[in-house]
Structure formats: C-alpha cells, structure tokens
Write a protein that binds this ligand. Structure first.
Ligand code: APR
Length: 168
C-alpha cells in the first residue's frame, strides 16, 4: 500500500530508509538542508560524496547515511530557478523520479524528501509543491514495490502548501 504524507521537521531526524538531500552539482556540501545533512551524518558522508565525482541537475546519487538515522542519503541536484524558461519544471520533476528509482533499486521502502530547490535555488514554492506531489503520485502508480513517501517541510509556508494539496 503506497502512502504519501507531509510533516514539519528537520529531515536529519527522520528515520526513513532513505532521506533525500537537495545538493549542488559538486556534491561537496553547502548550506541549507545540504549543510544540515552533512553535519548530522558526519565527515564520512563527504568522503563518500567525493568518490561520486559530482552529479548533474535532475539526476541523483546514493551514499550511506553514516551517523544519520536514515540508512541511505540520496543526493539530488535541483534546478536553479531562472524564470521558468530553462526546463526548470522538468528538471525538478526528474529529481523526484530519479531519487525514487534509486531508492527502489536499493531496496528502500520509505523515502523522505525536503522541498527541493525552494531555498537558495529560488524555485517558487507553490509550483515546486505541485510538481513534487504530482511526480511522486505518478511514480507510485507504476512502482514495483509499495513505498511510503514523506515530504519533510522545514518552514510553515511549505507545510501549509503541501497540506492544502495532499489528499486527506
Ligand atoms: N530539514 C528539512 N528541510 C530543510 C532543512 C532541514 N534540516 N534545512 C533547510 N531545509 C529546507 C529549506 O527551508 C528549503 O525549504 O530545504 C529546502 C531547500 O532549500 P535549500 O537547502 O536552500 O536547497 P535548494 O534550494 O535546493 O538549494 C540547493 O543550497 O545548500 C545549498 O549546497 C546546496 O548549492 C545547493 C543549494
């Protein structure tokens, strides 16, 4: 049975099989949720990321979770919002699809997403929420295994948006 929900929390505390990191293409850490995940996972996460040689926008890579409660971290690189005429929406959707595919390939049954690209990368929060929910719903329709997907909001504005768009 698939399940989609949203919570207001710090994603580094979430005990899912995999948590998703909103990284940059270097995969060498940064601010925002990227910084929080690296701080909580410890230095081994950076060592593991160094071996990945980066990640293009829209794609995803997987590492261990190290000191995190989550078994895996799936690093995905969202689009920087440049007005909407640079395939930003498709790239954001791809982050969700690629992360879900990688989670299934690695035997995950639960995955937690931050609100990718809606911080430093400036993606409009309402558009991003709609793309995230639509893309996850679409994936779950053909997923080979049942998945529990949690959207982890860090700000009330996103939490309110997701609650208004998710079915009760
Ligand atoms: N748990 C959950 N969500 C968080 C946390 C946290 N601990 N910290 C921040 N967030 C939220 C932000 O509030 C925002 O809603 O994650 C969302 C994504 O914001 P950013 O982390 O700024 O990510 P993004 O907009 O995708 O920009 C990526 O920022 O940190 C750098 O290295 C990163 O260059 C990359 C860029």
């Amino acid at each position: 049975m698939n399940k989609i929900s949203c919570i207001l929390a710090d994603i580094t505390t979430v005990e899912a099989d995999a948590i998703v990191n909103a990284a940059n293409s270097s995969l060498l850490g940064g601010g925002g949720v990227d910084g929080a995940i690296h701080r909580a996972a410890g230095p081994e996460l950076l060592y593991a990321c160094r071996l990945l040689n980066g990640c293009p926008a829209g794609q995803a890579r997987i590492t261990g979770g190290f000191k995190l409660p989550a078994r895996y971290v799936i690093h995905t690189v969202g689009p920087v919002w440049r007005g909407g005429n640079n395939r930003e929406e498709e790239t954001l959707a791809s982050c969700y699809t690629e992360s879900l595919s990688l989670a299934v390939k690695n035997g995950c049954r639960s995955i937690a997403f931050p609100n990718i690209s809606t911080g430093v990368y400036g993606f409009p929060k309402d558009k991003a929420a709609r793309i995230a929910i639509q893309t996850v719903k679409q994936f779950l329709q053909t997923s080979p295994v049942p998945l529990t997907v949690t959207f982890v909001c860090f700000e009330n504005v996103n939490f309110d948006l997701y609650n208004s768009m998710l079915p009760d």
